[in-house]
Design a protein around this ligand. Structure first.
Ligand SMILES: [Zn+2]
Length: 226
């Protein structure tokens, strides 16, 4: 196998490591009887090929998804370790509505909240927030409520910090998953966000099963109408 080396201008702080997974599912037909059998393997050489149930395939899929997530995290760590040092974020000033005091804070790296629009307008100290909006999330889904279907992005993940909030957990950057416009799962620390991702991943895997069931139900239904 060819090894692709990417040369770096400086020594990496990352140790050499690799992540890979194999997810093999197959229907084998008995040569004599034609009887189909569901088999699966997680070894690259398929050395552990064995008869499985649909449920076991789901379990293996969850394990493979976890490894894929590790691979994505490794790539993100590589990018962070090799990126040019971020410029120091600017200092911002907000006016405390209750005391009239100027509140000085250093913007969160990656903040893309337009603080300038608030400048000079007094606000509540616990609402002084930096936000890194999920600008890459451009796709929309028309989500209906009764007769009204409003297209909007789903599952945007914002990173926020509330600089002067009384709750210390909110004075450190936390995630807010905007499930749909104005519907949030908020104040998620990294472990809580990981739990949300696991839940969504489980739901998406279940939707794939439902998709297969829909295809089958539709074919069976339409077949009977014919
Ligand atoms: Zn900011």
């Amino acid at each position: 196998m060819q090894h692709l080396a990417i040369s770096l201008p400086f020594a990496s702080t990352l140790t050499e490591q690799s992540v890979s997974t194999t997810f093999h599912v197959e229907v084998m037909n008995d040569l004599e009887t034609g009887q189909p059998t569901l088999v699966a393997s997680t070894y690259p050489n398929q050395g552990d090929l064995q008869v499985v149930t649909m449920e076991q395939v789901g379990g293996k899929a969850s394990e493979a998804h976890a490894v894929i997530a590790q691979g994505v995290a490794l790539a993100a760590a590589y990018e962070a370790a090799t990126a040019a040092p971020a410029e120091a974020p600017p200092t911002q000033t907000a006016i405390d509505l209750e005391t009239g005091d100027a509140l000085l804070f250093t913007c969160m790296t990656g903040c893309n909240y337009p603080h300038a629009s608030d400048e000079g307008t007094p606000g509540f100290a616990d609402e002084v927030t930096c936000v890194n909006y999920d600008r890459k999330n451009q796709g929309v889904l028309p989500i209906g409520c009764g007769d009204d279907s409003t297209p909007g992005p789903v599952l945007s993940t914002l990173i926020q910090v509330d600089h002067f909030h009384p709750d210390p957990a909110r004075r450190a950057p936390y995630a807010a998953v905007e499930v749909f416009e104005d519907h949030f799962l908020e104040y998620l620390d990294p472990d809580a966000l990981a739990a949300v991702i696991d839940h969504f991943e489980e739901r998406v895997a279940a939707m794939r099963v439902r998709h297969a069931e829909l295809v089958r139900a539709r074919a069976e239904y339409l077949g009977r109408q014919a």
